[in-house]
Design a protein around this ligand. Structure first.
Ligand code: ATP
Ligand code: ZN
Length: 337
């Protein structure tokens, strides 16, 4: 099966052309879900994604990972002039730092906490008995000091604050992590565990503004080099609850978040594959992040959704990597794949 695209942004023939004709009265939401299911099924049948039975949790094939490696190398080359400090964390962070970050204020619905069995022999017997009986057992688990990382940049702020004031030129950090968000979906582009590569800027408001403007340019140039159709848009995060709408409106009004969107499904809105974020001095309110002259540091980050970019490439250039446009293969080091 070949999910080949003709033109940028052009219509892609669904893989299951033999499927029965769709009801004409389908709502846009139903049409989007059907397109997402179709693409996911095609990816699974091609072996690019390996299903686990849980929406949003997949294994990846060698081809998929070769593209991931290529993207990471290309992004690294784009940021080679940033004098960024490379930091790699496992996909988890200290619960204490997570609590301090106020993530739970904004996105309780997305958070993933790690729980473990901490009981006695008797508790263990009870646990096994419940398992045997097919009863709920997870309420026996106790929270550990570890939570799953919700965004690649989160673990670095307390580390940076502990080092004392920033140098006058501020800092740039290069992070890459699997991130967890509890948002199960049939959309293969909305995973529960996915990779985010980020450059994070810490410094003055001016330094962060210049950094974000520069990375909006660079991110757009990368999408262009990857021969993907794209558009930039103002965006907001999915803040929880009734108060969340007000916070999201404020985020838009202050232009704190931009996204680079790429169409991945025929009948659905385009998907955010990169984001360009300005946090103002939020993280300096939580941790003692200070500039060289003692003021609260501002921060911002550019995030590349590695798995979403891979899906966009597969969607537009097809599942046969050998037939991708040569410049794209060249850029991603896929010459021999
Ligand atoms: P969305 O609006 O689609 O939920 P987001 O704006 O919350 O995404 P960010 O928090 O800005 O995403 O994360 C940075 C990047 O990580 C996004 O641009 C996207 O490419 C990627 N990303 C975010 N959520 C997911 C997910 N559930 N599955 C795969 N990639 C994701
Ligand atoms: Zn970030």
């Amino acid at each position: 099966m070949d999910y080949q695209s003709g033109q940028h942004g052009g219509a892609v023939e669904p893989a299951d052309t033999a499927a029965p004709p769709q009801r004409l009265s389908r709502s846009p939401e139903e049409a989007a879900l059907a397109a997402q299911r179709r693409f996911r099924q095609a990816l699974i049948e091609a072996g690019l994604l390996i299903p686990t039975g849980v929406d949003g949790l997949y294994g990846r094939s060698a081809d998929f990972e070769a593209i991931a490696d290529g993207l990471n190398a290309a992004i690294g080359a784009l940021g080679a002039d940033q004098q960024a400090e490379v930091m790699r964390f496992p996909p988890a962070m200290a619960r204490q730092d997570f609590e301090a970050s106020e993530y739970l204020k904004s996105f309780p619905q997305l958070a993933g906490t790690v729980h473990s069995f901490c009981g006695s022999d008797r508790d263990h017997h009870r646990l096994l008995a419940r398992l045997d009986a097919g009863e709920e057992w997870a309420d026996q688990q106790r929270p550990t000091r570890v939570v799953l990382t919700p965004a690649a940049c989160y673990p670095i702020y307390p580390v940076m604050a502990a080092r004392g004031p920033l140098p006058p030129q501020g800092r740039v950090v290069d992070v890459l992590s699997y991130c967890f968000r509890h948002e199960p979906s049939v959309d293969p582009a909305r995973m529960q565990l996915f990779r985010m590569r980020e450059y994070v800027r810490l410094g003055t408001a001016e330094q962060v503004a210049a950094f974000r403007a520069q990375w909006i340019e660079r991110g757009s140039a990368l999408a262009q080099q990857l021969a993907l159709p794209w558009q930039l848009d103002l965006a907001n995060d999915p803040f929880f609850g009734r108060g969340g709408k007000i916070v999201a409106d404020g985020q838009r009004e202050q232009k704190l978040k931009f996204e680079l969107l790429i169409p991945i499904h025929d009948d659905a809105p385009p998907t955010a594959c990169m984001s360009f974020n300005y946090h103002k001095d939020h993280f300096a309110e939580v941790w003692p992040l200070r500039t060289a002259d003692g003021a609260r540091a501002h921060t911002g980050c550019v995030g590349f959704g590695i798995d979403r970019l891979i899906l966009a490439l597969l969607r537009h250039h097809g599942f046969a990597l050998a037939r991708w446009p040569s410049p794209v293969r060249e850029l991603l080091g896929l010459r021999h794949v």
